[in-house]
Design a protein around this ligand. Sequence first.
Ligand SMILES: NC(=O)c1ccc[n+]([C@@H]2O[C@H](COP(=O)([O-])OP(=O)(O)OC[C@H]3O[C@@H](n4cnc5c(N)ncnc54)[C@H](OP(=O)(O)O)[C@@H]3O)[C@@H](O)[C@H]2O)c1
Length: 288
Amino acid sequence: MIVVMGAAGATGSAALRSLAALGVPSRALSRDPARLAAGLDGRTLARTSVLAADAADPESLRAAFRGARRVFLTMANGPQQVRYELNAVEAAADCGVEHVVKVSAPAAEPDSPVAVSRGHHLVEERLRSCSVTATVLRPYAFMQKLLLLAPGIAAAGVVHGAMGRARCNYVDVRDIGDAAAAVLTDPEPAGGAYPLTGGRAYSHPELTALLGELLGRPVRYLDLSPAELHAHLVGRAGMPPWLATHVVEIQQLAVVREETPDDAFLRLTGRAPRTLEAFLRENLHRFR
Ligand SMILES: NC(=O)c1ccc[n+]([C@@H]2O[C@H](COP(=O)([O-])OP(=O)(O)OC[C@H]3O[C@@H](n4cnc5c(N)ncnc54)[C@H](OP(=O)(O)O)[C@@H]3O)[C@@H](O)[C@H]2O)c1
């Protein structure tokens, strides 16, 4: 049995759908199983048993992992993320789970300039030190998060950022789901860490030029300082300050470490990743 944590979220629901598309049954966890079940399409629901579990409650995790051989571990960012994920790793080890596939992030290192990535590093280290085979997926920025820019583009034709002409790797969340399903169903998982990217990286000026071309009207990129971007995200976009700090840190990471496409997705799934252009075309109505 495969257990999918965070199954109502972006990466968890993608993994669940990809497993269902392969015809593989899974057990999906949520703190609110009724809401999770209500959000699943018919094909996915038919392959899924939905169970309540709260990562703040290790006993509920142990109950949810009982009899499972594989666990997909993904968790919302937040102040308790590391504690919740460590609870999941301990519970998986206690329950004899053979393989944990964890969603991490780029630059998951002890001295990472991104606080969330330092947290991912702690969980990765714990995972590698226990008896479980560990596969770590390190996706770059989700294409789907670009939809957060849609209101600003629709209203004023402007994108704000603080990364100059630095390029950013974008990955479609559906590809994260497909990569997760590939490793979760691998009969002999090797473990290891895999950066997940699209086929090409885009700078903000390149992204806005592409959007402008697709929309048939200009879209401008306004390059701000990191402090200005933080103030904009909190004051104008209504983002919680910790999340605005995270966004600024991610953009600064792209400035200091060049982002280039990686072939890990191709190696895991045997196909090329979805492209940013296709994603934008599919969602163009949201930017109008
Ligand atoms: N966004 C990006 O561009 C990006 C890029 C690289 C890496 N990442 C990494 O990707 C990871 C996953 O992101 P995501 O967007 O899939 O997350 P998400 O959609 O924000 O949240 C995933 C799930 O976490 C679950 N959760 C929260 N608290 C919980 C608790 N106490 N117990 C059990 N489940 C809990 C929620 O499930 P319920 O509410 O149903 O319980 C939620 O559905 C993050 O750790 C992030 O660092 C993100």
